[in-house]
Design a protein around this ligand. Structure first.
Ligand SMILES: NC(=O)c1ccc[n+]([C@@H]2O[C@H](COP(=O)([O-])OP(=O)(O)OC[C@H]3O[C@@H](n4cnc5c(N)ncnc54)[C@H](O)[C@@H]3O)[C@@H](O)[C@H]2O)c1
Ligand SMILES: [Fe+2]
Length: 396
C-alpha cells in the first residue's frame, strides 16, 4: 500500500519566502497569521507582512504560540481567529506554530471540543486552507496530516491525524532557520531524523484499499525514497548546523531533510520512539525531539530482528557501513554530537516510572501498532530499561 499525502504545492529553496504573498492571495483576502513570538520579531516576518499588504491581503497576526502547544493556548487562538473570519490561515514558525495554525483552521470550520478529533480520521471534512512556513528544521509539520497538543487532562501528548490537516501550500526557506539556537536545532533536527528512520522501518501491511486507509499506512515504496534521502541529508548536515548556525549549506540540507522526512512519515508514520516520547514528554516537559532523539538508537536496536536489511540501508544512507550495528552507532554518534541526552536518567526519569510509561505508550495504538516488531509490554520495558542506563547492547 504505497501512499503519499502532500500539499498542492511545496516550494523549497533559499529565498522561497518571497512566494508567501502570491500563495496566500490565491487563497483569499483575509488571513489569520499564527506566528511564533520569537519569529514575529524577525525582519523576514515584517517583510512577509508588507508583501501580504501589497498583494491586497488583510493579515491579522496572532503571536501567542506556546511551545509544545498546551491546550489552553489553543482556545485563545481560535477565539481571536473567529473575530477575524479569515479565508486562509498562515502558520509561520516552528512545529508549535504550524500545528496551532492547522488546529485553528480545523476549529473554525468544525465545532469543538478539539478532543472530538483526537486520534485518526476523526475530522468530518475539509478545513480552512493553510499556508505553512517552517522556521525550524524541523517537524515536517508543513506537509503532514498531523497536529500534536499537550492536554493537561491526559498523561501523554495527543494528536489529531487526518488528511484534512495537510497544509495547502508549504513554503520552506532554509534562510529562515539561520537564527535557530543550537538546542532547538538539535532537538528539531534529530526529530526529523527519527521521522525518516521510523517511517522507513515501519511495519509493512497487506493492502486494504477498499477500506478507509489508516493515516499511517506503514513502510511503503513512495515514502521510502523520501525517507532514505532525508536520512542522507540530515546525517551529514545536522551536526554541522548545530556547531555553526550560520553554515547556510548545512541549514539548507537540514531544511531539505526535515521536509522530505515529513513527507515520508505523513503516510509511512512513525512508531516506538514517538509512542514512548508521548508519555516521556508529558512527564518531563522536555521538547519533543529530545525524547524521540534520545530513544531512537534503543528503538533501532530493539526492532533489529524484524528489519535488519532496512537498518543496513539506513546505515549506508547515513554515510556509515551498510550494517544494522553501524546504523545504530551512527545515530548514537549524531545524538552525542548535537548534545541530546543519551539516557532517561539524565532527564529525570526513574525506574519506578517505566511500567506506566510502557502502558501509556502501548495505548498510542496508531504508533505502537506501526512498529515492525510487535509492541508488547515486555519489549517496551526492555527498551525503557536500556534507555534508563544507556546500555544499548542489552537489546542486541
Ligand atoms: N505536526 C507534526 O507533524 C509534528 C511532527 C513532529 C513534532 N510536532 C510538534 O511540533 C512541536 C515542536 O516543534 P519545533 O521543534 O519546531 O519547536 P517549537 O515550534 O516548539 O519552537 C521551539 C523554540 O524555537 C523558537 N524558534 C522557532 N523558530 C525560530 C527561529 N527561526 N529563530 C529563533 N528561534 C526560533 C521558538 O520561539 C521556540 O522557543 C511539538 O509540539 C511537537 O509535538 C509536530
Ligand atoms: Fe516527531
Amino acid at each position: 500500500m504505497s501512499v503519499l499525502r502532500l500539499p498542492d504545492a511545496v516550494q523549497f529553496g533559499r529565498g522561497a519566502r518571497a512566494g508567501i504573498p502570491v500563495a496566500v492571495a490565491r487563497l483569499g483576502r483575509r488571513a489569520f497569521v499564527v506566528a511564533d513570538p520569537v519569529v514575529a520579531g524577525m525582519t523576514e516576518f515584517a517583510a512577509a507582512l508588507d508583501g501580504l499588504k501589497a498583494a491586497g491581503v488583510e493579515a491579522h497576526v496572532f503571536t501567542g504560540v506556546v511551545p509544545e502547544l498546551p491546550l489552553d493556548g489553543i482556545d485563545a487562538a481560535v477565539s481571536a481567529a473567529r473575530d477575524v473570519r479569515p479565508d486562509v490561515v498562515v502558520g509561520f514558525g516552528g512545529g508549535s506554530a504550524l500545528d496551532l495554525a492547522k488546529l485553528v483552521a480545523l476549529l473554525l470550520v468544525h465545532p469543538g471540543p478539539l478532543s472530538a478529533y483526537y486520534g485518526e480520521n476523526a475530522v468530518p471534512g475539509p478545513v480552512l486552507p493553510v499556508v505553512a512556513v517552517p522556521t525550524t528544521a524541523g517537524t515536517g509539520s508543513e506537509v503532514t496530516p498531523v497536529a500534536v497538543v499537550s492536554d493537561p487532562d491526559r498523561e501523554l501528548k495527543v494528536g489529531v491525524s487526518d488528511a484534512a490537516l495537510v497544509p495547502r501550500v508549504a513554503i520552506v526557506d532554509p534562510e529562515l532557520t539561520v537564527g535557530v539556537p543550537p538546542s532547538v536545532t538539535a532537538a528539531s533536527g534529530i526529530d526529523a531524523l527519527a521521522h525518516a528512520v521510523e517511517s522507513y522501518t515501519a511495519i509493512e501491511r497487506p493492502p486494504s484499499w477498499d477500506a478507509q486507509l489508516p493515516i499511517f499506512v506503514g513502510h511503503n515504496r513512495l515514502s521510502s525514497v523520501l525517507a532514505l534521502e532525508a536520512a542522507h541529508a540530515l546525517g551529514d548536515a545536522l551536526p554541522r548546523a548545530v556547531a555553526d548556525g550560520a553554515d547556510l549549506a548545512a541549514r539548507e540540507q537540514c531544511a531539505y531533510g526535515s521536509l522530505l522526512a515529513g513527507m515520508a512519515f505523513g503516510s509511512g508514520g512513525t512508531h516506538l520512539a514517538h509512542a514512548l516520547q508521548y508519555p516521556i514528554g508529558a512527564l518531563t516537559h522536555t521538547p519533543h525531539g529530545v525524547g524521540t532523539g534520545m530513544m531512537l538508537p534503543y528503538v533501532m536496536a530493539a526492532i533489529r530482528p524484524a528489519c535488519a536489511p532496512r537498518l543496513s540501508a539506513l546505515g549506508a544512507a547515513l554515510g556509515a557501513p551498510a550494517t544494522p550495528d553501524a546504523a545504530i552507532d551512527r545515530v548514537a554518534e549524531i545524538r552525542a554530537a548535537v548534545g541530546i541526552p543519551a539516557t532517561l536518567a539524565e532527564i529525570g526519569i526513574t525506574r519506578d516510572q517505566l511500567p506506566r510509561i510502557a502502558e501509556l505508550a502501548l495505548g498510542v495504538t496508531r504508533l505502537a501498532g506501526n512498529s515492525p516488531r510487535p509492541a508488547t509490554r515486555e519489549l517496551l520495558l526492555a527498551i525503557l530499561e536500556a534507555a534508563l542506563t544507556g546500555d544499548v547492547s542489552a537489546l542486541t
